[in-house]
Unconditional design. Structure first.
Length: 179
C-alpha cells in the first residue's frame, strides 16, 4: 500500500496536496471560514490528502461547467492505507443544506478512481484493493449523524458508494471508518 501512496505522491501536483498539522489533517470550509467549525482528521499511519479547488483551477477542461454537478467534486480526498486495503475518503463540508452532496461525492469517486488507476498504470504497479467512502461533515441539527465510533453503519448511494454524515467540528478518527 505504501507503494501506491508513493505513486500518488509522485504523479499529483504539489499545489493540491494538503500537509498535516501535528500529524492530523485540518478540514476548513473555504466559503464560510469564520462561521464553519474546523474538523480535525486523525490517523495512525501515513496518508495523503488533496484539495482540488475547482474554483481556482479548472481541473476539468474537457467538460462544460454549465452542466449540473459535472465538474463539482468534494472538498478533500484522503488516501489512507489500512491493513490490506487502500481507503479513499471523499470528504465534503456542508452547512445546513446538504443538497447536491451525493452527486458531488459520486463524481469525486470517479475522479479518485481515475487517479488511483493512473498511478497504478503509469508506475507499473500491481493492483490494489481500494475502498471508497464518502464522509459528509455538516453543521445541520436535523440530520441523523453517524457516531465517530468504529463499525457505525454506512449508508449507500444508488451508485453503491458508501457514505456517512458526521458532525462538522468534531474530531474524526479515520481508523474508525475503515471497514
Amino acid at each position: 500500500m505504501k507503494d501506491l501512496l508513493q505513486a500518488l505522491d509522485d504523479i499529483l501536483k504539489l499545489d493540491f496536496k494538503q500537509d498535516t498539522e501535528s500529524g492530523s489533517y485540518i478540514l476548513k470550509e473555504p466559503e464560510n471560514p469564520v462561521d464553519y467549525p474546523i474538523t480535525i482528521i486523525k490517523k495512525k499511519g501515513k496518508a495523503l490528502s488533496y484539495k482540488f479547488d475547482t474554483k481556482k483551477v479548472n481541473i476539468f477542461p474537457l467538460f462544460k461547467k454549465e452542466v449540473a454537478f459535472l465538474t463539482q467534486i468534494c472538498d478533500y480526498i484522503i488516501f489512507y492505507p489500512f491493513e490490506q486495503k487502500m481507503f479513499v475518503f471523499l470528504c465534503e463540508l456542508k452547512t445546513n443544506n446538504i443538497t447536491g452532496s451525493s452527486k458531488q461525492l459520486q463524481s469525486s469517486e470517479i475522479l479518485a478512481n481515475y487517479i488511483v488507476k493512473m498511478a497504478t498504470k503509469h508506475l507499473n504497479l500491481k493492483s490494489f484493493d481500494v475502498e471508497y467512502r464518502a464522509l459528509v461533515f455538516s453543521t445541520s441539527n436535523t440530520i441523523r449523524f453517524a457516531t465517530n465510533v468504529k463499525k457505525d453503519a454506512y449508508l449507500k448511494y444508488p451508485s453503491g458508494l458508501k457514505h456517512k454524515h458526521l458532525r462538522a467540528g468534531e474530531d474524526c478518527q479515520l481508523d474508525h471508518h475503515c471497514y
